[in-house]
Design a protein around this ligand. Structure first.
Ligand SMILES: Nc1nc2c(ncn2[C@@H]2O[C@H](COP(=O)(O)OP(=O)(O)OP(=O)(O)O)[C@@H](O)[C@H]2O)c(=O)[nH]1
Ligand SMILES: [Mg+2]
Length: 391
């Protein structure tokens, strides 16, 4: 969208100028009367200034062909990946859905603005740029980004915002900010000759065991890693059986760990393995004893051979996520996995928890199907969704 101001002796004259320059499809987003100041008051008539906007989407589409990206996100929001060749120019990409939404909202505002302005010329004019920032803020809030973090992003860009900044400028600046804040994604990797012990911790029922099965499958079949499974979830027979059935299908060993000392004992036996994925019982972060148990278990493996993934459901309320992450932050460093993205429209919690903990983002899961419903978190795709792409 291109936004520009035009002045004329009358509204019609200003509109005509706008149409000459921007074409017949311009929409008026704002009208105000400019009274000449000082000595000019005596011999100059007031002018009418209109703010006109035009959708350059189609021209842009032809130029860049980026329209398909928005289409792709729309079709499959969670699996959308920025293609390699587009990565470098990702920040320049149009956020088509948000653009059209902004345009629609501006059109809706148009009539109210025009009315208001005619009645009482606003003392402080809200620039089109500020209106755009406000809409982006609303969009972030609608996607369940916490106010404090939405404010933070907006405050950071506002300082450098020029009053005549275009929607393009504003969007790409905010988009870049969010991508930067989401940071680099942490992928589960392994080094040959070094066994890595990977713990999956988190509240009950979030999808730890299912996520382990998905990752075990892609590590073994995709990356040809030598994988073993441990389970420390001995509270329920069904829990061991659940993991055993995955282990059997994948043809990998499963060991049941009854106490943290058994992990130490197993080190020699599993030294030829690249990765040992360790399932834990869902724990209540409120229960002190359970928290201590998990701490003992995690600390039984030295930091250099240990990796921890905190599994959280994207459907959990932000306030509860704060408590959960606080509990685990006090124990050790972790990476973040968000499950059940198929059950929620708001992905704000991914951003919220990243901002809160600073922990690296790693995977999202979006369904019960093993091994398909998992992917590495793509910060570009998350930022686009937060800004309204793919809605
Ligand atoms: N919709 C949806 N369901 C999921 C997802 N991941 C796991 N589930 C389902 O959530 C339920 C619990 O999954 P589990 O893997 O057993 O969860 P857990 O964290 O190991 O549970 P506990 O061991 O009891 O703490 C199962 O019905 C899974 O199929 C997901 O991404 N989306
Ligand atoms: Mg489990």
């Amino acid at each position: 969208m291109l936004i520009k101001k035009f002045q004329g002796a009358t509204e019609q004259e200003a509109l005509q100028l706008a149409k000459q320059e921007l074409g017949k499809d311009v929409i008026i987003t704002h009208i105000k009367s400019i009274k000449p100041k000082g000595v000019y008051r005596l011999f100059k008539k007031p002018l009418v200034e209109i703010t006109a906007a035009v959708d350059e989407e189609r021209i842009y589409e032809k130029k860049t062909g980026y329209q398909h990206i928005a289409e792709e996100i729309k079709k499959n929001p969670y699996e959308f990946r920025v293609k390699e060749e587009e990565k470098s120019s990702a920040i320049e990409q149009k956020l088509d859905s948000l653009q059209s939404m902004l345009e629609k909202q501006m059109r809706e505002q148009q009539s109210t603005n025009v009315e208001k302005e005619k009645e009482e010329p606003a003392a402080e004019e809200m620039t089109a740029a500020m209106a755009c920032v406000q809409m982006i803020y609303n969009q972030l809030i609608a996607n369940e980004v916490e106010e404090v973090y939405a404010n933070k992003v907006i405050a950071e860009i506002e300082q450098s915002l020029k009053p005549d900044a275009t929607v393009d400028n504003i969007l790409s600046t905010i988009y870049q900010k969010i991508v930067l804040k989401l940071g680099e994604t942490k992928e589960l990797e392994f080094e040959e000759g070094k066994t890595k012990y990977v713990f999956f911790i988190g509240p009950t029922g979030v999808g730890k065991t299912t996520t382990i099965a998905k990752l075990a499958s892609s590590l073994k079949l995709g990356k040809k890693a030598k994988v073993a499974l441990f389970t420390a979830d001995t509270y329920r027979i069904a829990a061991v059986d659940q993991l055993r059935s995955y282990a059997t299908i994948l043809g990998i060993p499963l060991r049941v760990i009854y106490s943290e000392t058994e992990i130490k004992d197993a080190v020699e036996e599993y030294k030829d393995y690249d990765i040992v994925l360790i399932d834990t019982a869902g724990r209540s972060h409120k229960n002190r004893e359970q928290r201590d148990d998990i701490e003992k278990l995690l600390l039984s493996v030295p930091e250099e051979s240990r990796e921890i993934y905190l599994v959280l459901s994207a459907t959990t309320k932000y306030k509860d996520l704060v408590k959960i992450t606080e509990t685990y932050s006090a124990i050790a460093k972790y990476n973040l996995i968000f499950t059940k993205l198929d059950e929620t429209a708001g992905i704000g919690n991914i951003f919220n928890i990243k901002m809160l903990t600073g922990a690296p983002l790693s995977y999202t899961t979006f369904g019960q199907s093993v091994p398909d419903d998992i992917s590495k978190i793509n910060p570009q795709a998350v930022a686009k969704q937060l800004l309204g792409g793919g809605q």
